[in-house]
Ligand binder design. Structure first.
Ligand code: NI
Length: 227
C-alpha cells in the first residue's frame, strides 16, 4: 500500500532546506548503488555523513517522530538516516527493488528495509518527469507530490523514477525497518488504527465498543510485532 503524508515539512522549512541543498556538493549516485541498480541509476546524491546531510536528516527524523500518521503507518523500529538526491538533465533511476538488508552508516548494525520513503523537496512545477512509479497488485501507481509531502511504499515493490527532462527533482529518501515485517499485517493494523482514530471523538472515552476495538488493535500488534 502507498501512503502519502502531507506537510512533513512546512513550505518555509522546504525553502530553508533548498537554499542549502541547491548550493551543496552533489556526487554521482551510482557510486552507492548495488551491482544491479548501478546499471539503471543516473542521479546525484549528497555524500553520506556530510555535515549537511546529517543535520537536515536529523531535522526530518525529529519531525517524523512527532507525526502520528507516520508512526501508525510505519510502526518504525529503525530508520535509516535520511539521504538526499537530485535528478536533472535526463537523470533517472530504472526499475529496481531496494536492497533488503543494509548496514547503518558507520556501524556494524544491520537493518531490514520494509518501507521506502521519498520526501519531495521540489514543487511538481519545477521539473518535468521525475515521477516515482511503484508497481503494486493493482498496477503501477504514479507519485509526484508537493514539496514537503512524503510517500511511503513497500521496499519489496518494483519501482523507478522517470527521466527528468526539465528542471531538477530534489528529494530526501530513506528506509524503515518496521516492528511488523509483514506488509499485509502492517496494513491491517494501519486501517484498524485509522478507523479507531475516527471513531474516538464520536463516543465517550469509556465506551465499551471503543475499549474493545482499541484492545483488538493492541492485541494484534502484540501478536504481530517483533521488537
Ligand atoms: Ni529504490
Amino acid at each position: 500500500m502507498l501512503i502519502t503524508i502531507d506537510q512533513v515539512l512546512a513550505k518555509t522549512e522546504v525553502r530553508a532546506f533548498r537554499a542549502e541543498l541547491d548550493a551543496a556538493d552533489w556526487q554521482d549516485g551510482a557510486a552507492t548503488a548495488g551491482t544491479l541498480a548501478k546499471a539503471v541509476k543516473r542521479n546525484r546524491q549528497l555524500a553520506d555523513g556530510s555535515e549537511l546531510a546529517v543535520r537536515l536528516g536529523q531535522q526530518i527524523l525529529r519531525r517524523l517522530a512527532a507525526l502520528p500518521l507516520f508512526i501508525s503507518a510505519a510502526l518504525p523500529r529503525t530508520i535509516y538516516p535520511p539521504k538526499f538526491n537530485r535528478y536533472a538533465d535526463g537523470g533517472t533511476y530504472g526499475a529496481h527493488v531496494d536492497g533488503a538488508l543494509m548496514f547503518l552508516p558507520g556501524s556494524h548494525q544491520q537493518m531490514r528495509s520494509d518501507l521506502s520513503a521519498t520526501l519531495f523537496l521540489a514543487e511538481p512545477e519545477e521539473y518535468d518527469g521525475g515521477v516515482l512509479e511503484v508497481e503494486g497488485p493493482f498496477g503501477v501507481q504514479q507519485v509526484k507530490l508537493a514539496a514537503g509531502d512524503m510517500v511511503l511504499y513497500p521496499s519489496s515493490s518494483l519501482h523507478r523514477v522517470t527521466p527528468v527532462a526539465r528542471g531538477a527533482r530534489v528529494a530526501s529518501f530513506f528506509w524503515i525497518e518496521s516492528l511488523v515485517a509483514d506488509e499485509g499485517e502492517r496494513t491491517l493494523l494501519f486501517d484498524l488504527d485509522q478507523s479507531v482514530q475516527r471513531f474516538t471523538p464520536l463516543v465517550a472515552a469509556d465506551d465499551p465498543r471503543l475499549v474493545q476495538l482499541t484492545g483488538v488493535y493492541h492485541n494484534l500488534l502484540r501478536r504481530w510485532s517483533r521488537p
